[in-house]
Write a protein that binds this ligand. Structure first.
Ligand SMILES: Cc1cc2nc3c(=O)[nH]c(=O)nc-3n(C[C@H](O)[C@H](O)[C@H](O)COP(=O)(O)OP(=O)(O)OC[C@H]3O[C@@H](n4cnc5c(N)ncnc54)[C@H](O)[C@@H]3O)c2cc1C
Length: 364
């Protein structure tokens, strides 16, 4: 049986499963995607969805992967004629605190040394780029124009539609409950909608990946990392790009809603009450005064899909050669690239060098 004759079953229709499904189906793979709920409603829906290779993207190989991820979005956008509706415009980070400013400068010089197109800008240029921001005590600002953001649920839907146009099957409300593997035939995937045969299984089940991987006897080590985001009601145009301020990170969607987060590292707790959201918006109004009048529409609590060492887990499993894992943070940035790479590894038998640091075997 050739790789293209194999029945490939992807478990999970977040942005990762959707992208892998699209790339596999486009390349001629026989794909079925199983989703226990509604597509894109896992970590994908709770994401800040910033496409970037800057903040915290270390070591060098992980930075390079993310940079390739940014370029892969640009490529995919062209391929899909703008359907993904990515908002390019870059990002701007500023600080008023001496120590934090020194740290930001150090980090960005490190990235500049790797060739990332970041640069330090003056207070005047800062004001020109974002006239509504108030940078009291301005110490430093770093700008890059290659980054962007996206509506991750919309992008997931677009990728799933495209996958279906290339003959992929999608079953929603279809929970995988058990997997019976066989040495000499297809595995039997037991689901809430009945049994499905699979010659190859892709686990892209987000934070549920350890549970699903357990069904085939594979252990996937993860850590907890909660993230709270505040979504305002629609506002007039306030900011033009991703802004990282001392009072939170923010972006404005095309519909005018501002999305605001307090921490990238999971250190902001789990309080996602309306009052907590109002408090965060009020705090952020020190950087963007208009937010003080903005009403909170919703506050979301999501869990980053974060492997134990913070780096992605991608690729075939050594002791279960018919199982492919795609479990990672920065899954928005990385999904077009990983979809493409996974399709090459699965259908063409190519080993992608750039994925070598991310095999599950590193935890052995
Ligand atoms: C607060 C926050 C901020 C973030 N910010 C960014 C950012 O700025 N940039 C960035 O690149 N990334 C960011 N991320 C990370 C990014 O959102 C995730 O890495 C990405 O969405 C993961 O997508 P996924 O498809 O792997 O997982 P998910 O979206 O969780 O999808 C997995 C799917 O699998 C399904 N599933 C699970 N178990 C089963 C089963 N047994 N049977 C069938 N289906 C099943 C689930 O229902 C779910 O739909 C952020 C995440 C959070 C929470």
């Amino acid at each position: 049986m050739t790789e293209k004759e194999k029945q490939i079953v992807i478990i999970g229709a977040g942005i990762m499963g959707a992208s892998i499904g699209y790339h596999l189906a486009k390349a001629g793979g026989k794909v079925t995607i199983l989703e226990k709920g509604t597509p894109g409603q896992g970590a994908t829906a709770d994401s800040f969805a910033w496409i970037n290779a800057s903040r915290g993207k270390k070591p060098f190989h992980y930075y390079e992967l993310n940079l390739a991820g940014v370029h892969a979005w640009k490529q995919l956008e062209l391929e899909l004629n703008g359907e993904l509706q990515v908002i390019w415009g870059g990002s701007l980070e500023w600080s008023a605190d001496g120590e934090a400013a020194a740290e930001i400068n150090r980090e960005s010089q490190n990235h500049q040394g790797w060739g990332y197109p970041l640069r330090q800008i003056s207070a005047d240029e800062f004001e020109q780029l974002e006239p509504n921001l108030k940078a009291a005590g301005f110490k430093t600002a770093i700008y890059t124009d290659i980054e962007g953001h996206v509506d991750p649920v919309l992008a997931t839907q677009v990728l799933l539609n495209q996958a279906q146009q290339h003959n992929a099957k999608l079953y929603t409300g279809c929970e995988v409950t058990e997997i019976e593997r066989s040495q000499d035939g297809p595995s039997l995937i037991k689901t809430s909608l009945g049994d499905i045969e699979a010659d190859l299984i892709v686990i892209a089940s987000g934070n549920h990946s350890p549970t699903v991987a357990n069904m085939v006897g594979v252990s996937v080590p993860m850590q907890d990392s909660p993230g709270v985001l505040v979504h305002s009601k629609p506002q007039a145009a306030l900011i033009n790009r991703i802004v990282l301020s001392p009072h939170g990170h923010m972006k404005q969607k095309p519909d005018g809603r501002v999305v605001l987060g307090a921490s990238f590292e999971g250190g902001s707790g789990t309080d996602h009450s309306l009052e907590a959201g109002e408090g965060l918006l009020h705090h952020a109004s020190q950087s963007l005064p208009q937010l003080d009048d903005a009403a909170v529409e919703k506050v979301t609590l999501g869990w980053r899909v974060l492997p134990a060492d913070g780096l992605p887990i991608i690729g075939f499993v050594k002791d279960a050669a018919d199982v492919y894992l795609a479990v990672m943070h920065s899954g928005i940035t990385l999904s077009p690239l990983v979809g493409n790479y996974a399709a090459s590894e699965i259908l063409e038998g190519i080993e992608i060098d750039q994925l070598k640091p991310y095999r599950l075997g590193r935890f052995e």
